[in-house]
Design a protein around this ligand. Structure first.
Ligand code: BGC
Length: 754
């Protein structure tokens, strides 16, 4: 069915939705309807009797609630992410859903973003690998993915109007990078454009992002749909490259499209292009209806538990206090969150779980001979009605703590503290919980704190007083069992942080500019986001990016790096040994550091790849991590393209961004296609240029051998002349090379670089 076989009215109708989660069918043309669903970590299924087109806020039909991205990303295990994608596809197929609205891969620019739980990391390589793995799991199993929210949707404050004002380098190197990699490599069926604008242009009308970059540069061939309600002007949006408006507007914008085409204001070919993409999408994604009964929910619950096992991050373990001995002693489990767990975030991603594992039940179950007592300690809005006033509830918990050998204290954020739709204004735990923590510590120092939170919470200054600290984030419906397994050592923790926990919110690189004002947020920290910023400013942090402990220990040996210039990518090999007493898994991280004297400011280190290796006690294994040579590039604002600078890079094998175990040097040649030179290029730029440098030195030596050798020997002269345009240097040196000759020299460089 080609677009020109449809009427104008049909075409306008087709490019907006039918209901909240469906596209319009056109029966006489054989175009089916597609049913979509949020996303990203489970299906948010509409109630079976919902009215198409009506907003339905009733709880959705049950589906498996997998760990949200904050937890999945902390697993650093791409195989698990792929399996979650495949399981989501199976549940989608069972319900007749053709497309999932996820994954979300926005960068966690600030710890305050209310939606950080839905995103993977503060790093684009990590986000690209996780987003890609989930997408492959979905699409290899027949369900389309919708990569969202494109782009730079890094806050909830004023999200429908704010313009993220971002310089070109951070835009390319941080905020678009994961989108670029996934679009090129994993080919998602759809991309969802964000609510916000970038550099003054709202995303749904942003031709540069929706067409020039996404389609022309990256080759995207799928469908671009709006975020729900993100379209301000449908006609302008179609022109910019948006294909599908969601949800529908009761026909209002369809009529606007018809009127614009009729009046000659919108070229019908633009509408036809969107229609053709929509038709392709509809044929690809339409599914027969299903009642969901064929999905293997038990198996998926087990998978959700396995992911949770791998996602829990052991931040601290002095003594070591953990694991607890399941066979003896008395354990006080304190905190309403142990009985009323928080396992996902609020908003469009909220899933009605098929069942929920309660941490307290699983702790009781695993405690063979250990005696477990519980006290809620503080109330939660969605927990049971307290049977006493808050002081008495806290007093009882403190008395229980005093009478027990060990305390497991559950602390965290409640649903009202963080959600889609608003940002947090601080990162502290609730005051009543902090007060309880201090009272418990005063009567019993043997405390393991277990945290439940979607965005990170401040652990300083109290974490030094707590021997064990377990970051559970939001672990999905099977997280309760996983927490119990980690506490008693049935599972050896192996998750690592995909975002930094700062000592104070004020230390975070975006602190001074988040969330902006008057419709603009300026990304003033540039490329120095997350660990890139903390490292550059040499700021001490509570727990660095990539950090996570185990009940065993690992040693790193024999790092080797090869292959920078043969076009095949960079191959890093390192041997990891389990030097402790328990089987465990180590996440090895590979960072690169650019050569000294870069032409642009570069982060101290940047993640390039990672691998997860499972080892028995005493076992060692070589792991291989490859990444494309192109990852070493920075985005040159001047030349409007990626540039690899030549020189010696440092490649690091690390257990966290601040625990580098081994490093090696890697010589990298500059791009053949290097920057252009002219007579206004500085002496420094000429000398650094692989072709221009030798040419100039040779020419200088012919006219003034003395100057050439002084430049070689006199560091002060070299430094002072570094920033001086070549034609000025030539004048200063008594016009030793004429202007015409300098221009000819620049032409020779241009010819040689093609
Ligand atoms: C969210 C999207 C979601 C959509 C549909 C929006 O408010 O930003 O992530 O997919 O609603 O529920």
């Amino acid at each position: 069915m080609a677009a020109h076989d449809l009427t104008l009215t049909d075409k306008a109708a087709l490019t907006s939705g039918l209901g909240q989660m469906t596209t319009k069918p056109i029966e006489h043309a054989g175009i089916p309807s597609v049913t979509m669903s949020d996303g990203p970590h489970g299906l948010r299924l509409q109630h079976p009797d919902h009215e198409p087109g009506q907003l339905d806020l009733r709880p959705a039909t049950p589906a498996t609630c997998f760990p949200p991205a904050v937890a999945l990303g902390s697993s650093w295990d791409l195989d698990l992410a792929h399996r979650v994608g495949a399981a989501l596809a199976a549940e989608a197929a069972a319900h007749g859903i053709g497309v999932l609205l996820g994954p979300g891969i926005n960068i966690k620019r600030s710890p305050l973003c209310g939606r950080n739980f839905e995103y993977f990391a503060e790093d684009p390589t990590h986000s690209a690998e996780f987003g890609g793995a989930v997408i492959r799991g979905l699409q290899e199993n027949g369900t389309g993915a919708t990569l969202k929210h494109y782009a730079a949707n890094n806050q909830e404050t004023d999200r429908m109007r704010v313009s993220a004002d971002i310089d070109e380098r951070p835009l390319r190197e941080i905020y678009l990078r994961a989108f670029e990699r996934i679009v090129r490599r994993d080919k998602p069926w759809a991309v969802m454009c964000a609510y916000n604008g970038v550099n003054g242009v709202t995303l749904s009308e942003n031709t540069r992002l929706l067409t020039d970059i996404l389609r022309t540069e990256w080759g995207f061939e799928g469908l671009v749909m709006s975020d729900w309600g993100a379209v301000r002007n449908r006609v302008a949006a179609l022109r910019a490259g948006l294909d599908l408006e969601m949800p529908p507007t009761g026909g209002r914008t369809d009529r606007e499209v018809v009127a614009a085409v009729t009046a000659g204001e919108l070229d019908e070919a633009v509408l036809d292009r969107a229609v053709e993409r929509l038709v392709h999408f509809a044929h690809r994604a339409a599914r027969p209806a299903g009642d969901g009964s064929t999905a293997p929910y038990d198996e998926h619950h087990r998978l959700a538990g396995e992911v949770a096992d791998h996602s829990i991050v052991l931040l601290r373990n002095e003594g070591p206090l953990l694991p607890l001995d399941p066979g003896s002693g008395t354990v006080a489990v304190i905190g309403e969150l142990a009985r009323t767990p928080r396992f996902q975030g609020g908003g469009s991603s909220q899933v009605t779980p098929t069942r929920v594992d309660i941490p307290l039940d699983h702790i009781r179950e695993l405690a063979d001979g250990a005696h477990v007592e519980f006290a809620p300690g503080y109330p939660l809005a969605d927990g049971p009605e307290p049977d006493a006033d808050p002081t008495e509830v806290a007093d009882r918990a403190v008395r229980l703590a005093a009478a027990s050998d060990t305390v497991v204290l559950f602390l965290g954020l409640a649903q009202q503290d963080e959600s889609e739709g608003f940002d947090r204004d601080h990162i502290d735990l609730p005051a009543d919980q902090l007060a309880l923590l201090h009272r418990v510590l005063a009567v019993n120092p043997r405390v393991a704190v277990v945290l439940s939170n979607g965005g990170i919470v401040r652990t300083a200054p109290w974490h030094d007083r707590v021997p064990a600290l377990v970051e559970g984030f939001l672990l999905g419906q099977a997280g309760g069992g996983a927490l119990a397994r980690v506490l008693f050592g049935a599972v050896n923790p192996s998750g690592k942080l995909a975002e930094t926990i700062p000592l104070r919110l004020e230390d975070s690189p975006s602190f001074l500019t988040f969330p902006g004002a008057e419709g603009h947020v300026r990304y003033g920290e540039g490329v120095f986001v997350g660990y890139r910023g903390y490292d550059a400013a040499r700021v001490e942090v509570a727990f660095p990016f990539g950090h996570g402990l185990s009940y065993t220990t690992f040693a790193y040996r024999e790092l080797s790096v090869a292959g920078a210039d043969d076009g095949a990518g960079i191959v890093v090999r390192v041997t990891v040994a389990n030097t402790g007493e328990r089987a465990g898994r180590e996440v090895v991280q590979i960072y690169s550091a650019a050569p000294a004297g870069s032409p642009v400011e570069r982060p101290i280190r940047e993640l390039r790849g990672f691998a997860s290796v499972r080892l028995q006690p005493g076992e060692s294994r070589e792991v291989t991590i490859e990444f494309p040579r192109a990852d070493l590039a920075y985005f040159s604002v001047r030349d409007r393209c990626w540039r690899i600078e030549g020189g010696t890079y440092r490649i690091e094998a690390a257990a966290s961004s601040r625990d580098v175990r081994l490093s090696a040097e890697l010589a990298v040649a500059a791009d053949a296609d290097t920057a252009e030179l002219d007579v206004r290029s500085t002496l420094g730029e000429w000398l650094a240029h692989p072709i221009g440098g030798p040419l100039l030195l040779e020419r200088l030596a012919r006219s003034n051998a003395g100057l050439t050798s002084r430049l070689a020997d006199d560091a002060t002269l070299r430094r002072a002349a570094h920033n001086v345009p070549l034609e000025v240097v030539a004048d200063f040196a008594g016009g030793l090379i004429g202007r015409d000759e300098l221009a000819a020299l620049a032409d020779r460089v241009a010819e040689a670089t093609g």
